[in-house]
Design a protein around this ligand. Structure first.
Ligand SMILES: *[C@@H]1O[C@H](CO)[C@@H](O)[C@H](O)[C@H]1NC(C)=O
Length: 293
């Protein structure tokens, strides 16, 4: 008896260990490697896989920029990746990460665009939202850290209640579903996940005044920890309307008090442009901008 107990325990332990070992791949399946979820869409000579495909390097030089896209489209969910942006003088470059329905006239699109700057000047993040083909909803935030020194997490949450853009755990943009008041909200079309690195020195930095310095090329950006959780399309037909999807849960239907505090801090300290207050472009305030909505 005194011996068989430890043996039985050891047996149980071994079984447990075996089970853990066998079930590990599904537990460790995320974050995915680049090729599991994505394909190169523009210039595969300018995208290099590193760390066994768990990270990639994007290259911009005078010959080309580059881009990639998810293999599937998704209807609602959360997409995040870690990005390390171009260091030093990145003026005139744009690194983008966005969702896009890829439909010409009734395009839905959610954009993160990182606008390069001269050395030591802040990197600007522009966000934009297209719903049913209409965009022109730009906001800009200057980052409160150097995004080229380290990887930071950039996330888009998209559910039936709102769309939230996060930088690390900080919401920088919220677009509520106000369809009940006639304000368009993307909810009919699945969107793919896209990224590009390109030259846009006609507009990107100080309105196009700062040009790209090609003597600093090639420019490199790095991506890792690709994480897409959502209803893939094609996929189970009722997935997107299932209220039990975690991204539709109570904790994701509005900002938490902590998130709301952080969002206020961004709005007070880091916003540098908001279409909502641009009277020269929009003499009539766009309805989604009105306080309380
Ligand atoms: C670049 O730096 C200038 C000067 O600090 C700043 O005004 C601007 O917002 C920054 N970003 C862009 C995209 O021009």
């Amino acid at each position: 008896m005194a011996i068989s107990y430890p043996l039985t325990n050891l047996g149980a332990f071994m079984l447990m260990f075996l089970w853990l070992l066998l079930s590990a791949p599904s537990v460790w399946g995320r974050p995915a490697t680049f090729l599991q979820d994505f394909r190169v869409t523009w210039s595969d000579t300018h995208i290099k896989q590193i760390d066994g495909g768990r990270a990639i390097q994007l290259i911009l030089d005078q010959n080309s920029g580059c881009g990639f896209a998810s293999k599937s489209k998704y209807l609602f969910g959360r997409v995040s990746m870690k990005i390390k942006l171009i260091p030093g003088d990145s003026a005139g470059t744009v690194t983008a990460f966005y969702l896009n329905s890829d439909t010409d006239n009734v395009r839905d699109e959610l954009d993160f665009e990182f606008l390069g700057n001269r050395s030591g000047q802040p990197t600007t993040v522009q966000t934009n939202i297209y719903a049913n083909g209409k965009g022109n909803r730009e906001q800009r935030v200057n980052l409160w850290f150097d995004p080229s020194a380290d990887f930071h997490t950039y996330t888009i949450l998209w559910n039936h209640h709102h769309i939230v853009f996060y930088v690390d755990q900080v919401p920088i943009r919220v677009y509520k579903n106000n369809e009940a008041r006639g304000i368009p909200y993307p909810r009919m079309q699945p969107m793919g996940v896209y990224s590009t690195l390109w030259e846009a020195d006609d507009w990107a930095t100080r309105g196009g005044l700062e040009k790209i310095d090609w003597s600093k090329a090639p420019f490199y950006a790095y991506y890792t920890d690709f994480d897409i959780e959502g209803c893939s399309v094609p996929g189970p037909a009722n997935c997107a309307s299932n209220p039990r999807n975690w991204w539709e849960g109570a904790a994701y239907q509005a900002l938490t008090p902590l998130e709301a505090r952080r969002y206020r801090w961004v709005r007070l300290n880091h916003i540098v442009y908001d279409y909502c207050t641009d009277k020269s472009r929009f003499p009539v305030t766009p309805p989604e901008c009105l306080a309380g909505i």
